[in-house]
Design a protein around this ligand. Structure first.
Ligand SMILES: *Cc1c(COP(=O)(O)O)cnc(C)c1O
Length: 364
């Protein structure tokens, strides 16, 4: 079976983790400090604050920003549920707007429309879905016009960039996840990045029980800390990330090239200045054939996945909160047609050939 995801760790990570174990200092220490510094350097922000996972980093970003209880925040319904949940954790109200069917990312014109209909909106939670940057130049232009706080959920987009500027640098804060299926991993882990000193200071407090000094607690904080064991893995993974992303891109381009002429399948696209890091390689297939294509691929030992089968507003937890009337046409179409194929760095040339030939010989 060619798996849909597969983390890549080798002796480099093993040695570093062993060093941490031998040191006897397992919790946050020197490894976390170094990882934060190296990650901020890589992304291009002043600060990086490590967290136990991406969801904690998202929660920290929202808590540490100037969004406050009751504020409405625009976001996309076509994402992993954590993006919108971080708003609910902080008693903010998600306002779902539709996606651009070409990119699967939030549509800036839909953002504009929502803002014109509702002057009470205070922020935008952007998601760079599947490793493709959302249209940040346009989104930041709108944000500055309406004076909005912008948080970037870059959990799937480590190293993705627009004209060389990496995602996580555009808004007030950005976050990344290091779950094993992501472009780099620490087992579980996350990172908040920002160049805003106040957000960084707040996030450090919230992540560590609100401690400003040894046993002095300024605010109601949490334990959202990363361990040195995770950070040791993360530093090695960060070294390998550019190469991982290059392989993902090469694999994606290969599949694009082989599959582009199929009339029942639409390959992913990215704008010319957009550096897509293909956390997922997601095609569109006819809704009524998707189940049969999945069975066919599985019979050919090819793993695949549906990201995501439901809009966030259709999840029971959201329906119960008053979103049962929401229905956005492009999102409704995408959830029925998307299909993700393996392009992670563990996918070999012969695997790509197997995937391409299988799809080319599928009788639709
Ligand atoms: C993975 C992911 C998260 C959450 O990260 P965890 O590390 O799993 O908590 C948030 N948003 C998106 C878009 C993700 O893909």
């Amino acid at each position: 079976m060619i798996p849909i995801a597969s983390p890549r760790l080798d002796e480099a990570e093993q040695e570093q983790v062993l060093e941490v174990i031998k040191s006897g200092m397992l919790a946050a220490g020197e490894q976390v400090e170094n990882f934060q510094e190296e990650f901020a350097d890589y992304i291009g922000t002043v600060h990086a604050i490590a967290a136990a996972n991406g969801t904690c980093a998202l929660d920290l970003a929202v808590k540490s920003s100037d969004l406050s209880q009751g504020d409405k925040v625009i976001t996309t319904p076509f994402t992993f549920i954590a993006s919108a949940n971080a708003l609910l954790y902080n008693d903010l109200e998600p306002v779902f707007v539709d996606i651009d069917p070409e990119t699967f990312n939030i549509d800036p014109e839909c953002i504009k429309e929502a803002l014109d209909n509702d002057p009470g909106i205070a922020g935008i939670m952007v998601v760079h879905l599947f490793g493709l940057p959302a249209d940040m130049p346009r989104i930041m232009e709108i944000a500055s016009e309406y004076d909005l706080t912008v948080i970037e959920d870059a959990a799937q987009a480590h190293g993705a960039a627009i004209d060389g500027k990496k995602v996580g640098c555009f808004g007030d804060a950005g976050i990344f996840s290091f779950y094993p299926t992501k472009n780099m991993t620490t087992g579980e882990g996350g990172m908040l990045v920002t160049s805003d000193d106040k957000i960084a200071e707040n996030a450090r407090l919230y992540a560590n029980h609100g401690r400003s000094d040894h046993y002095h607690h300024e605010v109601l904080g949490y334990n959202y800390r990363m361990t040195d064991l995770s950070a040791a893995i993360g530093r090695e993974q960060l070294n390998k990330l550019p190469e991982f992303n290059q392989v993902r891109r090469r694999n994606a381009l290969f599949l694009n090239h082989r599959l582009q002429d199929l009339d029942w399948l639409k390959v992913p696209t990215a704008g010319e200045n957009f550096y897509h890091v293909y956390h997922q390689y997601t095609v569109r297939v006819p809704a009524e054939k998707r189940e049969s294509i999945i069975n066919y691929l599985e019979n050919n030992e090819i793993g695949c996945g549906i990201y995501y089968p439901e809009p966030v507003y259709n999840q029971p937890v959201y329906k119960k909160r008053g979103y049962e009337e929401v229905s956005l046409p492009e999102t409704e179409g995408a959830v029925q047609e998307v299909l993700s194929l393996p392009v992670h760095p563990g996918v070999e040339d012969e695997d790509l050939e197997v995937i391409a030939s299988a799809l080319l010989s599928y009788e639709s």
